[in-house]
Write a protein that binds this ligand. Structure first.
Ligand code: GLV
Ligand code: MG
Length: 347
């Protein structure tokens, strides 16, 4: 077993020291841009003021003949855009693909000091993170980077879900994890062609109260179990869980419902693949003003967080005080980034 102190020693001579704590950033949406598309790439300058994270996608959805153009497109986009406090991430190709090595060497060499996070697809276990960790340290040392690039894993294989706890704990470089429902469905042989969301056939049927009586049924969330496991693994290791893509752009209500389930279970944000999903993510992952007002009431009534009080007929104690802290803290972070919400929350 690795000695605890060694986790915070650089993995390569001259590489920056691993971080003891994640830098805090609001990441309600990770907005995907296909960087080989010059027209879409040119919109990056406008997008940075609307999104919390802009991600150049090099992996799935990028045609094989455009892989190199996408890689060079991310570099051009990073150079041409002033990111300010908006995060710059890249989803690189999978570790076993013919593009991974060049993705990493070009990106770190050219824009390593601007790149906040690399998203690694199809992570199967902690060994994948250890490899990326070591490789990034060597590249960071070669290019004289001053701060470590963080790693975000996509949880999208059955083996990855099996190993989710060890992936989350694999390195201080870990930023978080996203659920990838499309690849995960395929890996598990789930019988769906959807990208995230519910399925009309995945439901429970009420018992028959009497012969011939109508039996109500309700759709269930097929992602509940995986999101819950991912949230526990991430929270236990001080990193951040995210819901991934929602593929039906024609159904904003279902997108909102899926994002909200993820938010309520503990996720920090979700991917937005279409500009119409940015407002949905912003709304869902910024806490509800009524919840913020109620949480603020709890904090005002229990300044030191101990004892028990009744507010609006509801019992509050040390545990609900902690819940209120989660909501008020998030609201403060949202308000600091977003003047519209600052006015609404009035914190
Ligand atoms: C995302 O990459 C997914 O497979 O859902
Ligand atoms: Mg995938």
């Amino acid at each position: 077993m690795k000695a605890p102190r060694k986790y915070f020693e650089p993995l390569a001579i001259g590489a920056p020291r691993p971080l003891l704590e994640l830098p805090f950033r609001l990441e309600r949406m990770i907005h995907f841009v296909p960087p080989h598309n010059e027209k879409l790439r040119a919109k990056a300058g406008e997008l940075v003021s609307q999104v919390d994270v802009l991600l150049g996608n090099l992996e799935d959805a990028i045609p094989i003949e455009a892989k190199t153009a996408a890689r060079e497109g991310v570099i051009a986009m990073a150079r041409a855009t002033e990111f300010g406090t908006t995060g710059l991430w890249v989803r690189v190709n999978a570790l076993n693909s013919p593009w991974f090595l060049d993705d990493m060497t070009r990106l770190v060499g050219e824009i390593g000091d601007e790149l906040d996070v690399v998203m690694i697809p199809k992570v199967e276990g902690d060994w994948d993170i250890h490899f990326v960790d070591q490789y990034l340290a060597l590249l960071e040392a070669r290019h004289g980077l001053k701060r470590p690039i963080l790693v975000h894993a996509i949880l999208e294989t059955a083996e990855g879900v099996n190993n989710v706890a060890s992936i989350a704990a694999a390195s201080p470089r870990m930023h978080g994890m996203s659920l990838g429902p499309a690849d995960l469905a395929a890996s598990r042989a789930m019988k769906t062609t959807r990208v995230g969301g519910g399925h009309p056939d995945y439901r429970v049927l009420a018992d028959a109260s009497e012969p011939g009586a109508a039996r109500p049924s309700a759709q269930q969330d097929p992602w509940h179990y995986t999101i819950a496991r991912m949230v526990d693994a991430c929270a236990a290791n001080g990193i951040k869980p995210f819901y991934g893509p929602f593929g039906d752009f024609s159904d904003p209500a279902a997108c909102e419902a899926q994002f909200r389930n993820a938010f309520l279970l503990g996720c920090a944000g979700a991917w937005t693949l279409h500009p119409s999903q940015i407002a949905i993510a912003k709304k869902v992952f910024s806490p509800d003003p009524a919840e913020v007002a109620f949480a603020s009431k709890i904090l005002a009534a229990m300044p030191d967080g101990s004892g028990a009080v009744m507010i609006d007929g509801k019992m509050q104690d040390d545990a609900t005080w902690k819940q209120a802290c989660v909501i008020v803290e998030l609201a403060k972070q949202v308000a600091a980034r977003d003047a519209g919400y600052a006015a609404v929350y009035q914190l």
